[in-house]
Design a protein around this ligand. Sequence first.
Ligand code: CP3
Length: 338
Amino acid sequence: MSKFLDLFQGKTFPSPPLWFMRQAGRSLPEYREVRKGCKTFLDLCYSPKLAAKVTLQPIERFGFDAAILFSDILVIPDALGQRVSFETGKGPRLSPLCLSSFQKTLSFSHFFEKLAPVYETIRLVKAKTSPLIGFSGSPWTLALYMLEGEGTRDFAKAKQMAFSDEDSFSAFLGFLTEAISLHLIEQVKAGVDAIQLFESWAGLCPATHVQKWILEPTKAIVSALRKEFPTLPLIGFPKGIGANLLPYGQDLGLSAVSLDSSIPLSWAVQNLPHNMILQGNLDPSLLVAGGDPLKRGIQSIHQDMEGRAYIFNLGHGVLPQTPLTHLEDCVRWVRALS
Ligand code: CP3
């Protein structure tokens, strides 16, 4: 029995299923212990036994209702042949990519070979726990990292490249759509029970281009998955997308949308399709603050979601400085909701 998966079958519960984005990693001492034994972050992502162990850590410690695969959205550029590294404290670094000739750098020739350890991780996790959520970055968010070469505040360099050569950028998004779809189909074949698409930088896409750069590529991925797995639970997380949340929720064929903390839940409940599951949207800093403010934040979400199938989660990932006792309190208080 799984509360998380049953929700997608139309069952309802007095208290919602819960899991947290970025629940594995950073904030857990047992993660940092495993991480110390690996030379690089990507080595850990590509070590099935260790990645499986780290995937299970938050389930064992907190008893969340779903595990999320320990991996990263940047394994896709790595598998396509762009050099990716992670510098501690600085975030990701990617080798320069020329937009008009991306096909010269990127190819599928070693794609599945590179990603094989990810699928092996899934099989190891599934032997121990269920449900397991697989994931990928969405094309727009991945394209920003790949063109910028690092994470920045506004991804101004990547966006300037996109605006200066929209035809090449569209071709690039099409190429990533293909890579993402293939990676996700393999994840499902290896055993994941649900998929989340991270569009973490939707808020940086101008409204004039959301249709072309976010909605159409995402719809193509959803269609590719739906063709093979018609009832697969599919969650989209378009962080900061603004009023375009309406077409994102209505038109793409997703089963659920994950809402960032800026979305008023009463508005989402009223305006997003009635059969769509909502996920979210506690501010990650409330989990750092803890105590009564956290308790009130949980109750407010539950009130606003009344009558709606929802999954309790954060508006974005768990912050590294989050005290473990606050995570424990949060689980206890969510379980006690009725
Ligand atoms: O959610 C989980 O616990 C599963 C694992 C997971 C990681 N990254 C592990 C990770 C998931 C789902 C991701 C997704 C991811 N990766 C996103 C989308 C979600 C979001 O937060 O918006 C993005 C944008 C990335 C790219 C990325 N990876 C960045 C910018 C960084 C550096 C900053 C940071 O968040 O730590 C990473 C590194 C990373 N990915 C770490 C972990 C545990 C820390 C690296 C380390 O331990 O050395």
